[in-house]
Design a protein around this ligand. Structure first.
Ligand code: GP9
Ligand code: MN
Length: 660
């Protein structure tokens, strides 16, 4: 029998029974899971606030859901999201975003990579959900038994006092609402205050970027366009698009009229170049090339965004960043572009991409026509041959590309993307030619050295064949690594690299990719090392000058690295937005997005640098990335280049005209 007048009843708290205390073990387990989650996410700032906050938000929501089975399903779904977050973070060092859900199909395509990223301990993310299920079932059974006993009692005692029990007063309704849905409401208010942060509080900003529920809410709001956290500041001060001035270098036009062959080498890092490991040269073929007619940029850094490989090619060809909101080739596939392929077409070039992998991977087949590539040979256009890892081996791919090149009209611009040196770098045993130290055997680092060494061999063979087929002398061959191959977020990789480098493995080495531009020239000695800081965005203005292009009539954000001395590389992936590399200085924005929480160091001395020295460059780094995002979002090139309304896209054997 209920006491309708009791305080508990008025507050609606009589909904909860003493038996509900059986859920206490779950809440304890949830606390430890949260601790484990943030530890796996490698979040270190404000965890003393973030962990209890996540528990409180989660508890408020769970308590608010009346049906306990529904509450369990909800919690299981959130646990699955946490699992996905830690797996993604383990490689990319950031939370998953709604935009990246579009890329799930691609992540599944590189299954071996995904499998390796999922560590068995991540399954602990489901442990407390398991406990909750057991308790929900136990609670259900207890309730059933109690209800049956009550019914029996009621049947034997003739009671006429039942009317009050069913009576639902307004007071009671409000009370029930406040103690059930109200808790959900309270959780939502909490999250929104953190996300919107009306007073611009630094701690709240830090929490919003790191706390599980707040981060995902903010991400959903941003993805749906309800909320935007982009402050557009014009910090660029007219320092961009200065080709007219920057083209004036001694080597201007040294490769005028030649074929351009660009090799984007999968996961190829600069630390490999000119290095010996265990007495063996890691990249003998490339090293030999550097000694002869090659301009080698050793302070070149990746400037990729969420589209990883595809953004490396995008930034290289267009001199703007890809978007962080998902992968550029999909959300901006219909934009208008005027990058290197279009510019070279204006100069009479035929443009083609060769990549022996799935045609629609990273949505390349849809994106390339707008980027100005007339031909795209993907997996289906290559003969079946030797397979390593994800597909056709680099050696076989290069052999087949040479055959294709022989039939191309000159001058051509060929963009070749390699594949074998892809995470997790497994190859057949007979391809392992670097003798590993015991400690590096069966490690990602060890596999990587071997697979990079293999790709170097393939490049050497390719250059020989170019010579044999008389395609060499009249070409300019540029090569660069698309992005890092060894993430320091993976602690085993970091340990191997710390040992190899004999200092802490950090972003200066991790994001450093080589750029090598080889210009065969009998009369001159072109070989030189340029150590100006640069990145993917600088490729277009640099190569354009070497190829004697007079005008870069487009929007772009890079610089000619043969001209500038003082350059800045902005980053937003791996290193969070706001980070930059400038000369010897590396500033790493904190993951909570607060400038003062970042760290800066000198890559030579490895000593800390006072943050105040970095503030202006941090603003510039943010501005350059915002400028890029704005170019994409507003499709800025469209207005200026209406005459590109129609682009011819000739897939092999067809001459379809694609309207875009
Ligand atoms: C597949 C290749 C791999 O086509 O470009 O992409 P990644 O996984 O390195 O971004
Ligand atoms: Mn890649």
């Amino acid at each position: 029998m209920k006491e309708t007048g009791s305080v508990l009843h008025i507050l609606g708290l009589d909904r909860f029974k003493i038996t509900d205390l059986i859920f206490i073990p779950f809440f304890v387990a949830m606390y430890y899971k949260m601790e484990f989650f943030y530890q796996s996410m490698k979040i270190i700032r404000n965890v003393e606030i973030i962990i209890p906050l996540s528990c409180v938000i989660m508890a408020l929501i769970l308590i608010g859901i009346k049906n306990r089975f529904v509450a369990w399903v909800y919690y299981l779904a959130l646990s699955a999201l946490m699992f996905a977050d830690v797996a993604y973070n383990n490689y990319y060092f950031r939370y998953l975003s709604v935009g990246m859900l579009r890329a799930v199909k691609f992540l599944f395509s590189v299954r071996t990579s995904v499998d390796s990223a999922v560590k068995s301990e991540f399954y602990w993310m489901f442990a407390d959900a398991g406990i909750l299920l057991i308790l929900v079932i136990a609670d259900f059974v207890i309730r059933r038994i109690t209800a049956r006993r009550k019914k029996l009692e009621n049947d034997s005692i003739i009671s006429c006092d039942n009317s009050d029990y069913h009576e639902t007063t307004v007071l009671k309704k409000i009370a029930v609402f406040f103690t059930s849905r109200f808790s959900i409401l309270l959780a939502m208010v909490l999250i929104f205050v953190i996300v919107i942060n009306p007073m611009g509080n630094t701690t709240l900003k830090s929490v919003a970027n790191q706390e599980f529920m707040s981060y995902h809410t903010k991400d959903v709001l941003e993805a749906t366009g309800i909320y935007k956290d982009i402050e557009w500041k014009n910090e660029l001060n007219g320092s961009i698009m200065k080709y007219e001035e920057e083209k004036n270098v001694p080597l201007f036009g040294v490769a005028k009229g030649r074929n351009l062959i660009v090799i984007q080498i999968e996961s190829f890092m600069n630390f490999l170049i000119n290095q010996k490991y265990n007495g063996q040269e890691l990249t003998p073929n490339i090293n030999r090339l550097l000694k002869d007619d090659t301009i080698y940029f050793d302070n070149y850094y990746q400037e990729v965004s969420a589209g990883n490989t595809s953004d490396s090619e995008f930034a290289t060809n267009n001199s703007i960043y890809g978007t962080i909101n998902s992968f550029t080739y999909e959300i901006y596939q219909d934009n208008h572009y005027k990058g290197l392929p279009w510019i070279l077409r204006e100069h009479g070039y035929e443009t083609a991409v060769f990549h022996a992998y799935k045609k629609d991977f990273w949505n390349r087949d849809k994106a390339y026509p707008n980027l100005g590539f007339q031909r795209y040979d993907s997996r289906g256009d290559f003969k079946k041959g030797e397979k390593i890892g994800m597909g056709l081996s680099d050696e076989d791919m290069f052999d087949q590309v040479i055959e294709k090149m022989k039939h191309q009209r000159e001058p051509f611009y060929d963009f070749i993307i390699t594949l074998t040196n892809h995470y997790p770098y497994y190859m057949p045993y007979d391809k392992y030619n670097i003798e590993l130290k015991k400690v590096d055997k069966n490690t990602t680092f060890g596999h990587y050295l071997n697979s990079a060494h293999y790709t170097d061999y393939c490049i050497g063979k390719f250059i020989k064949k170019l010579k044999k087929e008389k395609l060499y002398k009249n070409s300019i061959i540029a090569m660069y690594g698309d992005h890092t191959g060894l993430t320091k977020a993976d602690l085993l990789i970091k340990k191997s690299m710390d040992r190899y480098l004999q200092h802490e493995y950090d972003y200066d080495v991790m994001l450093n990719i080589p750029l090598m531009i080889h210009i065969p020239d009998k009369k001159r000695n072109l070989e030189q090392k340029i150590n100006t800081t640069g990145g993917n965005l600088d490729f277009m203005p640099t190569i354009a000058a070497l190829m004697g292009i007079d005008k870069l009539d487009t929007f772009y954000l890079g610089h000619n690295l043969l001209y500038v001395k003082d350059n800045l590389v902005a980053n937003q992936y791996y290193m969070p937005k706001g980070s930059f590399i400038k000369g010897d200085i590396i500033y790493v924005m904190s993951r909570d997005g607060v400038f003062e929480h970042g760290r800066a160091f000198d890559k030579n001395t490895r000593e800390k640098i006072p943050l105040e020295q970095c503030r202006d460059y941090y603003k510039k780094s943010t501005a350059i990335i915002n400028a890029s995002e704005e170019i994409l979002e507003k499709d800025k090139l469209r207005g200026k280049y209406e005459h590109y309304l129609y682009s011819a896209f000739d897939s092999p054997g067809s001459d379809t005209v694609k309207k875009h």
